[in-house]
Design a protein around this ligand. Structure first.
Ligand SMILES: [Zn+2]
Length: 326
């Protein structure tokens, strides 16, 4: 036997770092932050150990804790003081995300990205204006075009409050174009849009719905979010968002959709983001609690695999822990 090819030669401790193809760093990571207008103290999120909803008064402290780990970017989600049919607190000048954004951007150097959607603000929990009788008829859900105006208003109000980037997550057709138009109309031509371009209707979002109090009161989101069975459709969705001016393309969730991350990476030159969602976080925590997996190892291996698949940025609930360990 003549083994001239021995890949093991490059696996000794000295050479491994030299030939490593993928590296994680704190600058790849975005930490989600939940700001809650209904509480004046921090509320732990049971299904997402280590995470909590914070009152507006503590938003700056929360962001500073994150920055101490080396993570400089945060994604803000809001829980409003009240909800209504159209989600009107989502674009209020004194809304929870607007107020938190104003404080964080004036008091810290964090890079603030805001979630732009209606589901946390509507009393029915859907991501837009409902069709009449939607509660009775599961075939009816949100009115696409009427929702676009509201998304534009939300994004504009976030930018006016100082948001560095906006991230529409509702999978409403035309959302990126409507938001670009609304931002440009108020002179915010420099505020980029990170589009949740390929967002699947996934059961891995479960714990987040506890965190953001955004579970739909009836029905589900399969009429606007993507079917987990579809890959070609993701390219179509991304094409449309690119045409409408998306600056960063997101795939969500991450781990069950690494093929999509890779596909988008290879087909487009835009930065690709992946959202390592609450269920991906919760399942590793649950297994670690049982002593079945080593949390730090599986968390960093998961994030490494997302990066290796082609993501430039990763939104993850592991951001702080991982950055701390780097
Ligand atoms: Zn939504």
């Amino acid at each position: 036997m003549n083994l001239t090819q021995r890949p093991r030669r490059l696996r000794t401790d000295g050479v491994r770092p030299l030939v490593r193809e993928t590296d994680l760093s704190a600058s790849d990571l975005i930490a989600p932050v939940f700001v809650d207008a209904t509480t004046d103290e921090r509320v732990p999120i049971e299904t997402m150990p280590g995470h909590e909803r914070v009152p507006v008064d503590e938003a700056v402290d929360r962001v500073e804790e994150i920055r101490e780990t080396g993570v400089e970017a945060v994604m803000l989600f809001g829980v409003p003081e009240s909800k209504d049919e159209r989600g009107s607190r989502a674009w209020a000048e004194d809304g929870v995300v607007q107020e938190a954004t104003r404080r964080i951007t004036s008091e810290t150097d964090a890079y603030v990205i805001t979630d732009v959607c209606l589901c946390e603000y509507t009393d029915h929990g859907h991501c837009g204006v409902l069709e009449d009788d939607a509660a009775e008829d599961p075939r009816l859900t949100v009115r696409n075009d009427e929702t676009l105006d509201l998304l534009g208003k939300i994004a504009a109000s976030h930018a006016a409050a100082g948001a560095d980037m906006v991230a529409p997550s509702g999978m409403i057709d035309g959302m990126v174009g409507a938001i670009r138009e609304a931002l440009d109309a108020q002179g915010n031509t420099d505020v980029p849009i990170m589009s949740y371009a390929a967002k699947y209707e996934s059961a891995f979002y479960g714990p987040f719905r506890d965190a953001a109090d955004g579970a739909p009161a009836f029905g589900d989101r399969r009429h606007y979010q993507m079917d987990p069975a579809n890959a070609r459709e993701a390219r179509r969705e991304v094409d449309l968002d690119v045409e409408q001016g998306a600056d960063v393309l997101m795939v969500k969730p991450a781990l069950p959709y690494l093929d999509i991350v890779k596909e988008i990476r290879e087909s487009y030159d835009h930065p690709v983001a992946a959202y390592n969602v609450s269920g991906e976080y919760a399942m590793l925590h649950a297994a670690a609690e049982k002593g079945w997996l080593d949390l730090e190892s599986v968390a960093s291996e998961s994030l490494l695999s997302i990066k290796r698949a082609g993501a430039d940025l990763i939104l993850t609930y592991f951001a702080e822990d991982l950055a701390d360990a780097l």
